[in-house]
Write a protein that binds this ligand. Structure first.
Ligand code: GRF
Length: 206
């Protein structure tokens, strides 16, 4: 099916952006029962499931159950949207070239957590977000598109987070749409878009 299963763990604002863009989200799965994104899905009538990783003895048994749940919907794409579990190489391989993630930094800078704090601490002048294919190497898969913002003298982690998040909501739906339209071509590490769509967004607004 030409649809997306979205994996979340929390707030769900990227999920909301995907839904607002009219993308065909067939299900939302959260590993955290209290994730606010579950209510977003429910309000839109999108099937939503909770699969608490804590109920499973191992990472692998959790992922087996997760894959089983995903396969109920036979999606074309799995989109991670604030899904806070490290995935094993086996799971990543299963969804190779059809699992995307949105990350709040200009990769390969600042993989992992606390990206805005780290960007400020390093004094970078350009920050942003990255949509990329997921590989076993955490936050290092082939980059599809990036949105960049300037870091201003008065910025705090909170103001950066806000401006970057706004760009995530622009970038991720665009990239998911490209994927579903069959426009993404994965080369040796790099991804191109058929039709030369802009893979860089630069936002200089306050
Ligand atoms: C976003 O900043 C995303 O880039 C990161 O986790 C956060 C999720 O936010 N992977 P939300 O749940 O989509 O609001």
């Amino acid at each position: 099916m030409n649809s997306v299963v979205v994996l979340i763990s929390g707030r769900g604002s990227n999920l909301q952006a995907l839904l607002d863009a009219g993308l065909p989200v067939s299900a939302v799965i959260s590993n955290v029962p209290s994730a606010a994104g579950l209510a977003i899905a429910a309000r839109r009538g999108v099937p939503n499931r909770v699969l608490p990783h804590k109920d499973f003895a191992s990472r692998e048994s959790f992922e087996d159950a997760l894959a089983e749940e995903i396969e109920r919907y036979s999606p074309k794409l799995v989109a991670l949207a604030g899904f806070m579990r490290v995935l094993t190489p086996g799971f990543v391989e299963r969804y190779r070239d059809r699992m995307l993630n949105i990350h709040p930094s200009l990769l390969p800078a600042f993989p992992g957590l606390n990206t805005h704090e780290r960007a400020l601490a390093e004094g970078v002048k350009l920050h942003g977000c990255t949509a990329h294919f997921v590989t076993a190497d955490l936050d290092h898969g082939p980059i599809v598109a990036q949105a960049a913002i300037p870091v201003r003298r008065q910025d705090t982690a909170a103001t950066l987070a806000l401006r970057v998040l706004k760009q995530e909501h622009v970038l991720y739906p665009r990239v998911v749409r490209w994927f579903l339209d069959g426009k993404l071509v994965i080369g040796r590490g790099a991804v191109s878009v058929k039709g030369n769509d802009a893979q860089l967004v630069f936002d200089d607004s306050p």
